[in-house]
Design a protein around this ligand. Sequence first.
Ligand SMILES: *Cc1c(COP(=O)(O)O)cnc(C)c1O
Length: 502
Amino acid sequence: MLYNSTQNKNEIVSASQAIAQGISKDGGLFVPQEFPKYNSGTLKSLLSLDYKGIAKKVFGDFLSDFSNEEIDECVEKAYTEEKFGSENPAPLVSKRFNGNDINIIELWHGPTCAFKDMALQILPHFLTKSLKKANLNKDAVILVATSGDTGKAALEGFKDVDHTKIIVFYPMDGVSPMQKHQMNTQEGNNVKVCAIEGNFDDAQTGVKKIFTTDEISKSLSKNKMMFSSANSINWGRLLPQIVYYISSYCELVNNGKIKLGDKINVVVPTGNFGNILASYYAYCMGLPINKFICASNSNNVLTDFINTGVYDKNRQFYTTISPSMDILVSSNLERLLYKLSGNNDEITKDWMTKLKTEGRYEVTPEVKKAITSLLYGGFCDDNETKLTISKMFKDEGYLCDTHTAVAVSVYDKYVAETGDKTPAVIASTASPYKFSKSVLTAVKDGGEPLMSEFDMVDKLYEITNAPVPKPILSLKNKKSRFSDIIEVDNMPKYVLKALGIE
Ligand SMILES: *Cc1c(COP(=O)(O)O)cnc(C)c1O
């Protein structure tokens, strides 16, 4: 299977090249030229497999220049019981909310307590193998722009991995105190963490610019280095996320909630559009999905886009209690648009150029129609998010984090609006203990707690009895290693200096 750029169909690469490079030279994103097709026979054969088994099958179908042994090795190293707390890294739990059954897929049992681990525990293995295959003889420099969770998950995945270096940029005021502490205490000899004066979009634009600046790439090349990306623009990030939509479908069939072939709805708290795109790709492979419910917080650029066909990032940016979704430029939407426009690279390039120059584009009526038939877009504000956490806890004794609560709240609106009761899988993307302050104010009556981050963790446990993930407990006494804060314009200089090649 080969991959091409969303902005130039003639830019064709192998799977390992797509992963090693991260982004295409023309600024486009790599997409598979076609999708493997899973009919009901294929899905049936997956029912008896565990998570790792399904992962191996899916990766084998997409990474055609990897041997089975290589794929097995990657999977076995990534999804260990030690790292994910149990044999199934993505358990499905059934709850009720407001009279409706919901199936919550908990994607946050990995080392950094957010769903990003599902992909970032395996990406370094994919990447080091890809670099070897491409025979590049270069070290990979991973540049990450993070709204909080990607950064830590990437640092954890890449720490002390041979032939890699990783530099993470995060918005100074745009991440939770726990996320900041997680990143600034990161161990490893090949890691660097830096705050920028700006928001996530500034960080992401800065990283993209560095990637596509020829001069910088050349000086890396001279020093036997090359850039790669751990953001969800990298194919190696998206691919692992397809697996858990398939595995959760199989689990619903296995426990009798649906019959093989029945459709499900998926509900995804969305920022950069990576996670929900992975569910769409599972659908392209044949997974029976009825509706993709795209849940946003007050940064509801996607809700408006789905409803109007106009993407307009010229709007106020809000800092919310679901910070990993505080995003106005959802990079992976580009991949959806490419597919829905019938693999039209020219029109995709045109829209993405308009986004860069005017901050706005409008899709064609045909693409708009395809979008409205597949997707539902909704959003909720911080107040609704807290009410959802509180209601879920009161009714079900189940504690969810702020991002998951956005998804539950939007799903509730969807059912009320449409009456569609197709069984739903809701992606739960973080542990509530990563956002203790907001979750605590939601479940506890009274005002904002005035406590240190770890006192809030203790308090939240005292009130809810929800188990505190081990990685959070172990952070308590760790010392900060990083404290740099820079202006966005200084990012290129910072990178070269960090690599010792100014
Ligand atoms: C990254 C993240 C999201 C958004 O996922 P995208 O793939 O960027 O849409 C949602 N919730 C949490 C907790 C996250 O870390």
